[in-house]
Design a protein around this ligand. Sequence first.
Ligand SMILES: [Zn+2]
Ligand SMILES: [Zn+2]
Length: 402
Amino acid sequence: MKAATLGTMPIPSRIAELHADMIAWRHRIHAHPELAFEERRTADFVAARLADFGVSVHRGLAGTGIVGTLRCGSSARSIALRADLDALPIHEKTGVAHASARAGIMHACGHDGHTAMLLGAARCLSESRSFDGTVHFVFQPAEENECGGQAMVEAGLFDLFPAAAVYGMHNWPGVAVGAFALRAGPIMAADDKFEITLASRGAHAAMPHLGDDPIVAAGALIGAVQTVASRIVDPQEAVVVSITQLAAGNTWNVIPEEVVLRGTCRYFAPGLRPVLESALRRIVAGVASAYGVRADFAYRKPIPPAVNAEAPTVAAARAAALVVGEANVLRDLPPSLGCEDFAFMLAQRPGCYVWIGNGPIADGRSLHSARYDFNDDVLPLGASYWCALVESVLAGPRTPAS
Ligand SMILES: [Zn+2]
Ligand SMILES: [Zn+2]
């Protein structure tokens, strides 16, 4: 780490001192994971730490969401930094000492680490007060599946805390510890979850001519939806349409009355949603008509692509380079067709979402694996990045430490 001179003590030195604290915070959060919108204990812990650091705390935004605010100097400039609080419904198999104490729930996406890093930065910045402006530390609930980021935006996140830009960070297994990866433009994909219901009169399995068969219709539909990516969208656009759930029937000799199919569309270009949606509707209606069944089509909690703006990406890259050196800031990693509900914040404010290297993927221990664990070596790098970003974006006359 480059020893920048920040506050009364170089930030990297202070962050190094805080490493043991950040490990302890992360292990505590990891041992007591909570699912989307149930992060009460985690939120209590975060709010108590922020208050200890002298950061003003706003609780209950979108249920368990928290925003800590730290002001310094006289500038009206402001930024928001975001971490996520929730865990996943996975039974942990890491065997580590700090493993989940709750059966069937674990921090398998590293949100424990994200929270610990942002707490470390909040503490360091509250001590150094080496910026001029306002920093909002956003701890969002329910990143996994339940769109807690969207809920915070809809609850008035940027009205109550009017940040000019918003930044996010996620650990990325497969990228080395000591490296960051980022890019301007889309970095993660849209996730347009859809549900199709095919309904019919059903029939005896031996007398299908006396009813209608939604299973045969579903079979035709599964193949037909692949033409959305292969024949409707420009082949130079990345698009995936996946049917991921199929529910129908409960015995051998009855043609059921209903088939439910669920799936997801993934893509990067924000303008593709209406194109894909209308194509899917048309195909569903056409196949249903051809097979004589009724069809219903609905989107569920669609998430837009996460799109990084140019200027914040330059600022993020500069901050990352201050921490790990220019050579370790990767700009050519392809975007991911995974999704991220930080996209809702990026849709409201210019910003940048970066990946911080979590080290090699060993034995399949990647995100959402029962054997994944956030890498504690990453904690000081992430906290230093947050501090460097704040001091770069909100650079100003040095304010004496309090
Ligand atoms: Zn995840
Ligand atoms: Zn995650």
